[in-house]
Design a protein around this ligand. Structure first.
Ligand SMILES: Nc1ncnc2c1ncn2[C@@H]1O[C@H](COP(=O)(O)OP(=O)(O)OP(=O)(O)O)[C@@H](O)[C@H]1O
Length: 790
């Protein structure tokens, strides 16, 4: 309605305007009328100045046609001029025709009339000022200041005396010059100097008609613009440049004028746009950028010496005999299947050697692909994998395990240039590729990882390699681990770094979670943390944790609004199969939710499992874990479940693994980090000064705790009624909604949800889904609560 009204108002206003300047033609007519009028007034005023005394007597005889005035515009001129000059503002009235002429020009040329208002305001101020100033001479020359000028001057003199009026006028002049022309003291000096020189040069050089037009153009521009160019122009006009040649003067002036124009504009934009940023900049200037590491400013990263070189000097021993032998076997085996080889090349890796074969012309790759199993059988070695063709190369790869596999030490990959110089958020040095290159990936980009492998094939070592990589790169303020270890023994070593690197639920004693019910609470707590972080990101108007932290460090986010530095949270679950078997959907749902949504807010999941069967790695989980790692598995089916392709069943174990982040599968040798090494690292970190406690996750109260509990109506929470209304209005039964809307703690919101369930307003707990709301609207809610009291 209001909109409609304002709309109709504005259209009626438009209509009104239309009647004044309805069309281009009418604007031209009106414009030319004003110009003519201004010319008429100008001549009347000018001639009135000389003839006013003669025409005085005629003023009463305006109706007398025979009476003739001396004014150039006769009786009209005499009467109007008498009104404006004698009874009005004296000589200052000449400003009126100027203003009229400008207005007429604007209309005539169809220019935007917005700037006119300020011209009229300044014009009238000038008229008043001039007439009051000339009012000093009213006794000698009454026409100079006019009656109004004289009266005002006299009035002011009665109170402040002549000097007072003079000072007032002087002050007003300064105000006008500063506001209108943006003059500084030097500017004023330069202005007068320039004027003087200009006048002198004008006399000396008698400018050509061309230069006269330039001056005219300039003056038109000045009057139509916001007048700043006047100041700039005069200010930048160097006195040592003799303005003899007007053209040279222009050359010098124009770029300077432009420069100063641009500088002015840039400043204005900055001021408008970055009001908040200026505050942040000042804070940064005063206190420096926010440093999340400051609390543990003396923290020392673990030195590389804590890691063992594991015998190997890093190089791979090449056994020429073995290479020849394998080559011959491959060639003869393929010959048996009538596959000729044009070329063969070997790339020696730490555990396997890749033989790259270029088949003879005319041999179809599909033929080799079909014979994959037969070839593997003929070569009679464990761990042979045939890649036909190698993606992007058009050759066929046969991976044959080395007789003496060399261990890839964690030390060698951590010390590698690739890891040390990795500009990644969460770099992980997994190990080495088949061509002996260090393989480093960014967990933040994965963004979650699924790890599978039969028992004893290197999963735990793989998890340790991941955690170790991060411990070597990240400060305790930047990253927190949530460790879930149903096997109870694998991750216990990390207890020592609880107060540095681990996160836990507020009420739990141990940070490492071994109990399945606690896992459910922790996962739900992480979901709350995720929601909270999304809220923070939303209010900070950023898209991900990285941008958020940058903004927070630059002090653009106020901690009083709940903003804080957000560390990455890495959830590591060592045995997922066990968990999903005991807790099923209750675990799957929050994990799926986290996996789907948590990437932007810095929560990353690493899940390991022994049994990669479909009831453990369900479709929903698989869909959200694009990065997958397979250690050796026992069957082709398991390999397909984890990787969507076979191959993991043909690995040789002991850290031999396949990694995929989409389509390509890369064979890697996982870096080996032994338990004593992890113990040394955790010991080193644990012995340093720590935070008072582990990083606390948001409190989560199992929503099912209240099932079946009868609440006495009198014991209900004071916010029960409000909460019920929130739930019924939103038709969504979740504790976090109550928490948000009513600004309650999670415990209290959880209790209220239980009470709502007891009252029959919401349904029972349904995993991570919101509860069903059993009351359709507020009216029904009122009735239900009324009936209760009866
Ligand atoms: N990257 C590796 N390099 C060399 N040896 C390795 C590597 N990874 C694992 N091993 C060897 O394999 C053994 C078993 O590894 P690990 O404990 O990681 O297996 P797992 O898959 O975790 O087994 P489980 O599921 O029973 O815990 C290690 O003790 C080690 O000797």
């Amino acid at each position: 309605m209001a909109k409609k009204r304002t709309k109709s108002k504005s259209t009626s206003a438009k209509k009104k305007k239309v009647s004044l300047k309805p069309s281009k033609q009418n604007k031209i007519i009106l414009g030319s009328l004003l110009i003519m009028l201004s010319i008429a007034l100008f001549f009347s005023f000018m001639s009135y100045y000389f003839t006013w005394q003669e025409d005085q007597s005629l003023l009463t005889e305006f109706g007398n046609r025979n009476a003739e005035a001396s004014n150039l515009l006769n009786k009209f001129g005499a009467a109007v001029s008498h009104f404006f000059m004698y009874q009005g503002f004296g000589l200052a009235s000449l400003v009126f025709p100027v203003l009229l002429a400008i207005t007429g020009l604007y209309l005539f040329l169809g220019l935007d009339c917005k700037g006119l208002i300020s011209k009229w305001i300044w014009g009238i101020i000038a008229i008043i000022w001039i007439s009051v100033a000339l009012g000093f001479f009213a006794m000698e020359q009454p026409l100079l200041g006019g009656l109004i000028g004289y009266e005002m001057n006299d009035f002011l003199q009665d109170y402040t005396g002549k000097i007072g009026v003079f000072l007032i006028l002087l002050f007003l002049l300064v105000v006008i010059l500063v506001r209108l022309f943006n003059f500084s003291p030097e500017g004023i000096g330069n202005f007068f100097r320039k004027q003087r020189e200009q006048i002198k040069s004008d006399f000396k050089t008698k400018p050509s008609p061309e230069s006269a037009t330039i001056v005219e153009e300039q003056s038109i521009e000045l009057s139509t613009d916001i007048d700043e160019p006047v100041a700039v122009d005069t200010y930048t006009h160097k006195k040592d440049i003799p303005p003899i040649n007007p053209e040279a003067g222009l050359d010098v002036n124009i770029p300077q004028e432009e420069e100063s124009d641009i500088a002015l504009k840039v400043e204005a934009v900055k001021e408008e746009k970055e009001e908040k940023d200026i505050k942040a900049e000042k804070l940064v200037k005063d206190f420096g950028e926010f440093d999340p590491k400051l609390e543990l400013g003396n923290y020392k990263f673990p030195p590389i010496d804590l890691l063992e070189p594991h015998g190997a000097s890093g190089g791979i021993t090449i056994n020429q005999e073995e290479l020849e032998e394998n080559k011959n076997r491959i060639v003869s085996t393929l010959k048996n299947y009538k596959i000729g080889i044009a070329q063969i090349k070997a790339t020696i890796g730490p555990t396997v050697t890749l033989y790259e074969i270029v088949p003879e012309a005319g041999i179809r790759i599909s033929k080799i692909k079909n014979l994959e199993d037969d070839i593997a059988l003929s070569l009679a070695a464990l761990g042979i994998r045939i890649i036909a063709p190698i993606p992007g190369k058009g050759t066929i790869g046969i991976e044959v395990p080395n007789k003496n596999a060399s261990v890839v030490s964690m030390r060698s990959v951590i010390a590698s240039n690739k890891f040390q110089k990795a500009e990644m958020e969460l770099p992980i040095a997994f190990g080495k590729t088949i061509s002996n290159e260090t393989f480093v990936v960014d967990l933040a980009k994965m963004p979650h990882m699924l790890m599978a492998g039969a028992t004893g094939q290197g999963k735990s070592v793989g998890l340790n390699a991941v955690i170790t990589s991060l411990l070597y790169k990240k400060h305790p303020a930047e990253i927190k681990f949530v460790l879930v270890d149903p096997k109870k023994v694998e991750l216990t070593l990390y207890n020592k770094i609880e107060r540095h690197f681990l996160a836990k639920l507020p009420d739990s004693e141990d940070a490492i979670i071994t109990d399945n019910t606690k896992v459910i609470n922790t996962l739900n707590s992480l979901c709350i943390e995720m929601d909270n972080r999304y809220e923070l990101l939303k209010s900070a108007m950023v898209r991900n944790i990285k941008e958020y932290n940058v903004k927070f460090k630059a002090r653009k986010l106020n901690p009083n609004d709940g903003h804080k530095f957000l560390p990455y949270v890495i959830l590591v679950i060592d045995e997922f199969a066990d968990l999903i078997m005991t807790a099923g959907k209750e675990v799957e749902a929050p994990i799926a939710r986290l996996a789907q949504l948590a990437r932007a807010i810095g929560i990353h999941l690493i899940i390991a499992t022994q049994r990669p069967s479909v009831n453990v790695i369900t479709g929903i989980i698989k869909a959200n874990f694009p990065a997958r790692i397979a250690f050796r598995v026992t069957s082709k089916i398991d390999s397909r479940t984890i990787l969507d392709s076979q191959g993991a069943d043909q690995l040789i174990g002991r850290g031999d693994m396949l990694f995929t982040q989409g389509n390509d599968v890369t064979r890697l040798q996982c870096a080996f980090v032994d338990t004593p090494e992890v113990a040394k690292i955790t010991e080193y970190i644990g012995s340093q000064r720590a935070y008072p406690d582990a990083h606390l996750l948001p409190e989560y109260v199992g929503e099912d705790s209240g099932t079946g509990i009868d609440y006495d109506i009198a014991d209900r929470d004071a916010m029960f009624r409000d909460a019920a209304e929130v739930i019924v209005n939103a038709q969504q039964g979740s504790a976090s909604l109550i928490q948000r809307k009513l600004k309650l703690g999670y415990n209290r919101a959880g209790r209220i949800i239980d009470q709502l369930e007891a009252a029959g307003i919401v349904g029972p707990f349904e995993g991570s889904k919101a509860r069903q709301v059993l009351v359709p609207d507020i009216f029904a809610l009122d009735q239900l609560l009324e009936n209760e009291t009866k």
